[in-house]
Design a protein around this ligand. Structure first.
Ligand SMILES: [Zn+2]
Length: 215
């Protein structure tokens, strides 16, 4: 069984790639976004605390995130391939992720980074619409919803995230770039870093991912 971590700037399509790996190769996708939303809706006390940060667009403190992840992971099957999405987004989380995996008796096989230039990211994100109810993401050019303006999954009216507006996108990409560099550096040192060009279309990137992961 494989243990993969993926990351990439907003607009790099990492969530779409995660969905494909899940549906075609049976990866269980584990990400903090879904964890925060689900546990919050269940009234989990730590999630309520975390909500104060993420509802305002701030990062949830690392300790709190990993405390929740220890419980969230019990819902997944440890005999399956695991794909972690953006659970290491701060250099301080590397060691926490190491310990977390150790408790699960697993080891990280690869860290995939979906690299994207600023112009493409801005173009993609400005076309992005999200469902605030279930977290589904659509894009007018790359992944259009079936009924315009409504979520395919749950029928909620789609909206544009405040930080997907042009000015905010550039700010966020700069921030992403600054925080990801030391993480890339560490995984490169460990020999498990793989960079994937996120500019092509969804299928093409998927083919590349299959190749680099030997699936
Ligand atoms: Zn929805």
């Amino acid at each position: 069984m494989k243990t993969i971590l993926i990351h990439g700037p907003a607009g790099s399509g990492k969530d779409t790639q995660a969905e494909l790996l899940s549906s075609k190769f049976g990866f269980q996708v584990i990400g903090t976004g879904e964890m925060f939303r689900t546990m919050f809706s269940e009234g989990d006390i730590d999630a309520v605390t975390a909500h104060r940060s993420w509802s305002k667009g701030f990062w949830v403190p690392n300790e709190l995130t990993y405390k929740m992840l220890d419980r969230w992971i019990t819902r997944f099957d440890n005999s399956k391939n695991w794909l972690f999405v953006s659970v290491v987004r701060d250099v301080g989380q590397i060691i926490m992720f190491d310990k977390f995996l150790e408790k699960q008796a697993r080891e990280l096989d690869k860290f995939l980074y979906f690299k994207l230039d600023e112009q493409t990211a801005v173009e993609r994100l400005s076309l992005r619409r999200v469902c605030i109810n279930c977290g589904a993401i659509f894009n007018a050019k790359y992944k259009k919803e079936k009924k315009e303006g409504y979520c395919d999954e749950c029928g909620t009216i789609l909206s544009q995230r405040e930080d997907d507006k042009d000015y905010n996108i550039r700010q966020r990409l700069l921030e992403d770039q600054r925080t990801i560099e030391p993480i890339i550096e560490e995984y490169r040192k460990r020999g498990i870093y793989i960079e994937v060009d996120a500019r092509p279309g969804i299928e093409e990137i998927h083919e590349e991912v299959i190749k680099v992961l030997n699936l």
